[in-house]
Every structure is written in C-alpha cells, then in structure tokens.
Design a binder for this molecule. Structure first.
Ligand code: ADE
Length: 222
C-alpha cells in the first residue's frame, strides 16, 4: 500500500515515520509513505498557498489551485490514488470500519488543511472523501492524517510484531464490533487487587466467554 501525505508541515511527520510499526510495515514492503509539500508545486509566486476568504471573515484559506497543482505533480502519468481524503472537522467521522476499508485500498492520498480552512472546491472536485477524527478543531490536518494513517498501517501485514494482534482487538468482527475486553498480566495479586480467577483457570472456553461478556458490557456502558 502507498500512502501519500500532502501538507505544509512535512516535518510534523518525522516522529511518526520513525515509529517501530511504521518502520516494520515499510521494511516488509507492505507500505510506502511519501510526503508532498504544497509550497513545492504552488503555481503562485513567493511560495503563496493561501488567500483571504471570499465574503470576508477571519483567517486564510488554502487555495484550490495550489492543492490541484500538488496532486497533478504527484500523479502526472500515474493516475490518482483510489481514495483522496481531505482531513477536515466537517468530514465523515473516522472509525474502525473506515480504517478497515481504507487498509484494503492500494493507495491513499491524505490532504492536510491549515489556516481557517480549505477552499470547498477541493472537497467537491479533487477529494473522494472528507474525514474528521472527531468533533473538535485541530490547528491543521496533520495530526488527523497521522491518526488515520496509524489506524490503517497497523492493519497491514508485518506492521505489528504478532500476527494475531490486530484480529481480536477493539471494534473487530471477532468482538462483534465492541471495545476490547480488559487485559491483565503478572503479578496475579498486587496490593490486594486480584486478577479474575477465570483468567488463571487454564480453561480456554471459559476465558473466551468471559472476555466476550466483558467486551459486550463495555459496549453497553459506552
Ligand atoms: N483538521 C482540523 N481539525 C480536524 C479534525 N477534527 N479532523 C480532521 N481534520 C481536522
């Protein structure tokens, strides 16, 4: 899978790209990450990328011609990726089902906005999806893009050390879409806080039932 990130702040991703599961996914040939700086391909002079909003108002708006130029330069001769995703607080709420859907695509482009917003024509004509990571406003799409990329990358083969790690986790089909059950490890007793007996019983069927039950309980509580 290839994930292309379009941003005005590529250095925000320096930390992210060095994380173990991202490196694993890249080294196992499951993932290619590329970064594109809107300023490198802007058709405007002086590296301009934004402009004042029509109709007035505070802040600046990322221009549609700037985003279009970045996409054209990246995909000239190769065709656009299957999903071009604009990160915006007004987009579809990101969840595990969408992460799963995106993980099965061959390539993604994530468009990070900045300033007051992004010219609406980007969403209308250039993006296939508009995605929000939650009902709050970040100072730009970079953190949101990392959240989306992270949730997708950990589903790729080779990203997680253990092959089963992503199978039975929160919101997976194995748990009927519910949050994950509680985990415990040694010591079995700590300051009088005990690990549930069933987990020490060695009875795999009872453990399985107990976990599913706790997971359902959490879903109901949330
Ligand atoms: N850009 C700013 N806030 C955002 C959010 N909540 N989700 C996605 N992109 C954003």
């Amino acid at each position: 899978m290839r994930i292309d990130l379009f941003t005005l702040f590529p250095d925000w991703f320096d930390w992210f790209r060095g994380q173990r599961h991202v490196v694993n996914a890249t080294e196992s040939d499951g993932l290619e990450l590329r970064f594109f700086h809107y300023r490198d391909t802007t058709p405007l002079t002086g590296g301009q990328v934004d402009d004042a909003p029509y109709g007035g108002g505070a802040g600046m708006v990322l221009r549609v011609d700037v985003v279009d130029a970045a996409l054209r330069a990246a995909y000239e001769g190769s065709g656009s990726p299957s999903r071009v995703i604009l990160l915006t607080p007004s987009g579809r709420q990101f969840d595990e089902a969408l992460a799963q859907e995106l993980a099965s695509e061959p390539d993604l482009a994530l468009l990070c906005g900045r300033y007051e917003g992004v010219d609406e024509r980007v969403r209308e004509h250039l993006a296939t999806d508009a995605v929000s990571i939650g009902p709050y406003v970040l100072s730009g799409g970079e953190l949101a893009a990392m959240v989306v990329a992270d949730a997708v990358i950990r589903k790729l083969p080779g990203a997680l050390g253990h092959a089963d790690s992503a199978l039975e986790e929160s919101f997976s089909d194995a748990l009927e879409g519910a949050p994950e059950y509680p985990h415990y490890t040694r010591p079995a007793s700590y300051r009088g806080w005990e690990v549930p007996d069933v987990l020490l019983s060695g009875d795999h069927e009872r453990v399985r039932e107990w976990r599913l039950e706790r997971s359902r309980e959490r879903a109901a509580r949330n």
